[in-house]
Design a protein. Structure first.
Length: 284
């Protein structure tokens, strides 16, 4: 097909010896202490309970030294396939599919040994890797999403030259890590990963947006009218969740009723509902 172009790009990127922080006083025990893990449901005494290990803090010494981690490796591997259909026969289209993997491994330096527990795995949407913010590549825009599909197109109907355009997007949800906040003997609490970094994943986010428009010509002027349907399918996909594992108390905003519920994977952000927007622009 002369009006269609197919392209493919493979990207491999790796970062080593990234900047890290350490505490040269090492004010922590060199053996693990154990505590109860309430499990994903957040309630102690249920069938998913377990134990986890952490390093108790023995001193308030809190010097920080900026250094490099000689072992850490942050890598990205991605294959992007793009199909472009230029405008002909009343329609055009741009479609893209990306298969990728974004990971961080072999982390060996941090201000606390607790931040090295289960620190390797899939890059998450959290801008921090465990307790440290040294991972410049981390964050919502760079979270590991193994599969992403995007499609946009436009068609001019033979009926009164009405223009119909739309966008379809489907992307695998970002990884998350089940965590617990552990109070230490000295220096407050620290957040500890209870599973490898990014071991859990939230659901796939799929959205469809549609626009229908028409251009009216009035003498030397033009009136452009359109109607936009955002989130056409009215999907209520969760795309942000809590990661701490202990159950917590939630309040129903409509009734004021309080209940203790599972916290891990409970939603913090949900896709907004369908919206319809009417637009009109007079050009002269």
């Amino acid at each position: 097909m002369p009006s269609v172009k197919l392209s493919a790009v493979y990207t491999y990127r790796r970062e080593k010896n990234t900047q890290a922080s350490m505490n040269p006083d090492n004010p922590y025990a060199n053996v693990l202490s154990s505590a109860v893990d309430p499990g994903p449901d957040g309630f102690v005494g249920t069938g998913d309970d377990s134990t986890y290990g952490f390093y108790q803090r023995l001193s308030a010494a809190n010097r920080t030294v900026i250094t490099n981690d000689p072992r850490v490796l942050q890598s990205y591997k991605g294959l992007e396939i793009t199909v472009t259909k230029r405008f002909s026969d009343r329609w055009q289209m741009l479609a893209g599919y990306t298969a990728s993997k974004n990971r961080i491994e072999n982390i060996s330096v941090d201000v606390s040994p607790n931040f090295l527990i289960n620190a390797d795995g899939n890059i998450t949407a959290d801008a921090q890797v465990t307790g440290s913010s040294r991972c410049s590549g981390c964050g919502a825009s760079n979270a590991d999403r193994p599969n992403q599909l995007k499609l946009t197109g436009m068609y001019i109907l033979p009926f009164h030259e009405v223009i119909v355009s739309g966008n379809f997007r489907s992307q695998q949800g970002p990884p998350v890590t089940r965590q617990i906040s552990r109070a230490l003997a000295i220096g407050g609490s620290q957040t500890i990963n209870l599973e490898p970094l990014g071991a859990s994943r939230i659901g796939t986010l799929t959205t469809i947006d549609l626009r229908v428009g028409k251009l009216f010509r009035i003498n030397n002027r033009s009136l452009e009218a359109s109607v936009d349907f955002d989130n056409l399918a009215n999907a209520d996909t969760v795309w942000g969740v809590r990661t701490l594992t202990p159950a917590t108390t939630f309040t129903d905003p409509t009734t004021g009723t309080r209940a203790t519920l599972q916290q891990f994977l409970s939603p913090t952000q949900i896709l907004p509902p369908r919206t319809v927007v009417l637009r009109a622009a007079l050009k002269f």
